[in-house]
Design a protein around this ligand. Structure first.
Ligand code: FAD
Length: 285
């Protein structure tokens, strides 16, 4: 398989840097072809602004979605964005790797999504009518490909459990997994999460590393999270509400948008690795 790993950490000698190298080495040993977009090393420009649309008239008001769609259709997006889009089309699997910062991804990675996911490429794709609300959430440009997150956290696994103060990790990652990866069509694999990593000892590091190698070995076979397809019959169109008869009536929140009953055999929740350490986000024992 061809794998694109988009890496968002400012320090190559960080834990994330070490885990990236382990993932790449394992994938290459398995015969996969790997490319890495190291956003800090590339000095990736994270903000969307006029410079993204070189063909826009200097006196024209910037309307981002419209400018994005016109530039994409004309092949006139900036070269850095076009190069990342080509990498996405090249890859069978996309991995986004980052430390959890303020319950989300680092700004540089969000800026990669904002710019690379152009109108006509990642959104604004397909027929928009009362019968079909665009090719998205399971359909779209990147359909048929797989994607997953590699995330490290300071907080403990318990803090991200069902009753944990941070909220469940699968809820926190839902906007990324469902809103960013599933939206343009990816089959989204359970995230690899390493918790409580800030003072990881060597044994903890070896444990995380081995769990990560194992996840890389199952990249092509692990079942994706069973999100419901927008155009698969579960949703009313155009209100895009889940039909009353679809799913457990007692379910609520993000879990509504999974169809676990249709999933083959296994719980596709996050793959976790707990460690022993203390940090700003895990101080309260
Ligand atoms: P590093 O600091 O590089 O390493 C962590 C530890 O791993 C090191 O101390 C060392 O013990 C070990 N280690 C590193 N490299 C190796 C190696 N090669 N071999 C063996 N051991 C090694 N956490 C949350 O839970 N929720 C949040 O919302 C959150 N927000 C944050 C916001 C900011 C701005 C920051 C800076 C941190 C935040 N954190 C949060 C904590 C953050 O998620 C962790 O600090 C981060 O995941 C650690 O990853 P790292 O690669 O930076 O680790």
């Amino acid at each position: 398989m061809k794998v694109l790993l988009v890496f968002a950490h400012p320090e190559p000698r960080s834990l994330n840097g070490a885990l990236r190298d382990i993932a790449v080495k394992e994938l290459e040993a398995l015969g996969h072809e790997v490319r890495v977009s190291d956003l800090y090393a590339m000095r990736w420009k994270p903000e969307v602004d006029r410079a993204d649309f070189p063909a826009l008239a200097p006196d024209a008001r910037l309307k981002v979605a419209a400018a994005s769609g016109e530039a994409f259709a004309a092949g006139a997006l900036s070269e850095d964005v076009k190069a990342e889009q080509e990498r996405l089309l090249w890859a069978d699997v996309l991995i986004l790797q980052f430390p959890l910062w303020w319950y989300s991804m680092p700004a540089i990675l969000k800026g990669w999504v904002d710019r690379v996911y152009a109108y006509g490429f990642a959104y604004g794709v397909g027929e928009l009518s009362d019968r079909h609300w665009g090719d998205r959430f399971g359909e779209g440009t990147l359909a048929g490909k797989r994607a997953m997150l590699i995330v490290t956290t300071g907080g403990w696994e318990e803090h991200y459990s069902t009753r944990g103060i941070n909220g469940p990790i699968d809820d926190l990652l839902f906007p990324i997994n469902h809103g960013i990866l599933y939206y343009p069509g990816y089959d989204v694999l359970p995230p690899f999460v390493a918790y409580r990593v800030d003072r990881l000892d060597d044994a903890g590091f070896q444990s995380v590393a081995e769990r990560l190698r194992e996840r890389m070995r199952t990249l092509g076979s692990i079942p994706p999270i069973p999100y419901r397809r927008q155009n698969g019959g579960d949703y009313l169109i155009p209100s895009l509400q889940l039909r009353p008869e679809s799913g457990d009536p007692a379910a609520s929140g993000f879990a509504l948008h999974r169809n676990d009953a249709a999933a083959p055999g296994r719980d596709a929740g996050s793959d976790t690795t707990a460690n022993t350490s203390v940090c700003e986000f895990s101080r309260d024992r």
